[in-house]
Design a protein around this ligand. Sequence first.
Ligand SMILES: [Zn+2]
Length: 72
Amino acid sequence: MHRTVLALLIALCSSLAWAHPGEHHAGFLHSLAHLLTEPDHLALMLLAGVAGWAGARFLRRRKAVRTQPPRH
Ligand SMILES: [Zn+2]
């Protein structure tokens, strides 16, 4: 069941579904400029940064709880 839902989510978020006009393969600098100026790419970078920050915070807190000495 979970695999089906995951496959469906991946299919719905495929690059074809979210494509926008513009070129991604026109040379390194052009591609870099494109990635840094397109609002959708900037939004995804921001989202990835927030997700990474939240994940790191979660793992840090979980580790801190696990390494605390037991209370008596
Ligand atoms: Zn793009």
